[in-house]
Design a binder for this molecule. Structure first.
Ligand code: SF4
Length: 581
């Protein structure tokens, strides 16, 4: 018999089976998710997606006792125990059924085995004793026990909220339903396409993956695309289901010679043995290290385990590397990404949206700024030209011409943009220059674009993309093309607007810069001001132009990466660039 006891799972871990199961054996915990919603089960098992929610945290708290495991050996079924025996946290598998499980509690009485599953809530008032997902999960445990030679006619659900044991008989109907769902789950997991999101379901607001699934947003965009073809009616706007959880923020360390270590569940930053700051690991979404900053091996290991990226910048602010844990499990998305990148028409379809979105945002920023400066001139030649470039970008059928339009729009835009900055900041060129920047304005823009690329790199990677393969920026050694693609529409909205604020509000002065051999760089204090402005901008709320709800820019970046994945896999027809009015 394949049975063993396991030790505790740390409370921050995803539930057993999320993203780490053998492909042939279906974890019964995942079967519960699939019974709740086929898309949820597939996202978790096939794509390895996981996000904590209040519910999942409470669930892990309820399991803390059983997860400790008493490590007592479970006797073979052909040598049943003489006395009744209880074993906690027992891992079992049944290759014939294609199932695997970690049982919270196994009660053995002679040849009779009873699985006990712990649930956090109160026992529901239902004739069947529990909802179908819980009954199916328990029944699957029973099938595993049967295949291992035990007699198992019923299981028990223990509801911690009401401290009640509810017996669930494994009758023929439940066994058949369990096997039917397991077969459907395998089919769904083998399919490149996710099962569709539920429509207006009350299950979604409680779902831990709602921010990843985007059910209402995906339904709206699919329905609007269908309407384009059928001329149908308008659709309900999405509910705002994106979870408020995940208040974690980046930790920036730029003190040269600093050392970042792990102490319990905290990261500690020290310089020459003296503590500079510390932060709970839970509160750190990513760690950004500038120049000569060291990180301990335990800290690297823990950050990788939690999926928290480590972003390595040069002292001057160039993004050199991003260290992450294992690659995302969603290989089907990467296969589609490579197919789309190799298909000129499909790539151009997405790239058109990105470039048109960027030009629209450039025009909006200029329009607002010129309105203040020139008391409103809607016929300003730059605005007219940008409108024209945007429209041509939307309809072009040539990748080369799209590139040209983007370049011409950038030239028109920056000719006006630099005029909005104080003269001391913008040098002689009065336009973009880089590698190295030769004036303060360009030094700030380059650093902000680097920070923005880092954010998008993390976002596309966390969705499951390969950040190096884009649709607009063609592949080049060492270039995170997809991150650069997605950064395009956000350059005016995040980086350029932060630049205007920094210079025009007096947050940067000539003392914030160093000049060496014609190259201009930020001082430590100047870089701190830029990082602060960047973070402020990401924390700013904006009304989503399509979905209509308020959302912070940091979340918008992630949502756009997920919508790009939906467009690449064909779940929605077009990639909708993020634009403001
Ligand atoms: S958000 Fe709704 S549709 Fe999406 S996985 Fe969860 S329950 Fe299913």
């Amino acid at each position: 018999m394949a049975a063993e006891t396991e030790s505790a799972v740390p409370s921050s871990d995803p539930p057993v089976g999320a993203g780490d199961a053998q492909p042939d054996l279906l974890p019964v915990r995942m079967l519960n998710e699939f019974a709740y919603c086929p898309r949820l089960g597939t996202l978790m098992w096939a794509d390895g997606e996981w996000a904590p929610s209040l519910d999942t945290r409470q669930g892990l708290f309820t399991h803390r006792r059983v997860d400790k495991g008493d490590r007592r050996a479970v006797p073979e079924s052909d040598a049943p125990p003489e006395e009744p025996l209880h074993a906690r946290s027992v891992s079992l598998s049944a290759p014939g059924e294609g199932l695997t499980a970690k049982l919270d509690l196994l009660e053995l009485d002679g040849p009779v085995a009873t699985p006990v599953d712990y649930k956090k809530g109160k026992a529901p008032d239902l004739p069947e004793g529990a909802y179908e997902p819980e009954r199916v999960q328990l029944c699957a445990q029973g099938l595993i026990l049967r295949e291992n030679g035990y007699r198992c006619d019923e299981g028990v659900l223990y509801f911690a909220g009401s401290r009640r044991r509810v017996s669930i008989p494994f009758d023929d109907a439940l066994v058949e339903r369990t096997r039917e769902l397991a077969a459907a789950f395998r089919l769904a997991a083998a399919n490149d396409r996710l099962p569709p999101p539920l429509k207006d379901s009350p299950k979604c607001p409680r779902c831990s993956l709602v921010g990843i699934c985007l059910p209402d947003e995906t339904n709206l965009l699919s329905a609007e695309a269908a309407d384009e073809h059928t001329g149908g009616a308008l659709h309900r706007k999405p509910r705002k289901l994106l979870p408020a959880l995940s208040e974690a923020l980046p930790l920036y360390v730029q003190q040269q010679g600093a050392f970042v270590g792990k102490s319990g569940d905290r990261l500690t930053v020290k310089l020459e043995g003296k503590k500079l700051t510390d932060a709970r690991l839970l509160d750190v979404s990513q760690i950004c290290l500038f120049g000569n900053v060291m990180l301990s091996a335990p800290a690297i290991s823990e950050l990788a385990r939690r999926g928290t990226p480590i972003c390595h910048f040069s002292y001057g602010g160039w993004l050199n590397a991003i260290t992450t844990g294992l690659a995302h499990k969603n290989i089907a998305l990467r296969i589609r990404q490579f197919e789309v990148a190799a298909d000129p028409a499909a790539s151009l379809g997405i790239a058109r949206g990105i470039v048109a979105g960027k030009v629209r945002n450039q025009r909006t920023l200029l329009r607002r700024q010129l309105k203040e400066r020139d008391k409103g001139d809607r016929n300003h030649p730059a605005l007219t030209a940008l409108d024209d470039y945007r429209q041509r970008a939307e309809h072009t059928t040539e990748a080369g011409s799209l590139l040209g339009l983007e370049g011409m729009a950038a030239k028109t835009y920056f000719a006006e943009f630099f005029g909005l900055l104080p003269p001391w900041s913008r040098g002689d060129t009065n336009g973009r220059n880089r590698r190295p920047p030769t004036d303060p304005a360009n030094a700030v823009l380059s650093f902000l674009y680097s920070l923005l690329t880092k954010e998008l790199h993390v976002a596309v990677q966390s969705v499951g993309f390969d950040p190096m393969l884009g649709v607009f920026h063609r592949p080049r050694y060492g270039r995170p093309s997809l991150a650069l693609d997605l950064a395009e529409e956000f350059r005016p909205l995040v980086a350029d607007s932060a630049t205007l604020m920094l210079f025009n509000n007096g947050e940067l002065s000539e003392e914030s810069f160093l000049s060496r051999a014609g190259a201009v760089a930020l001082t430590d204090a100047g870089r701190r001001s830029v990082i602060a402005a960047f973070e402020r901008r990401l924390a700013q709320e904006v009304t989503h132009p399509i979905f209509g709800y308020r959302i912070v820019y940091r979340r918008v970046l992630e949502v756009q990466a997920r919508l790009l994945a939906r467009a690449v896999t064909g779940e929605i027809e077009h990639y909708p660039a993020f634009t403001t009015r």
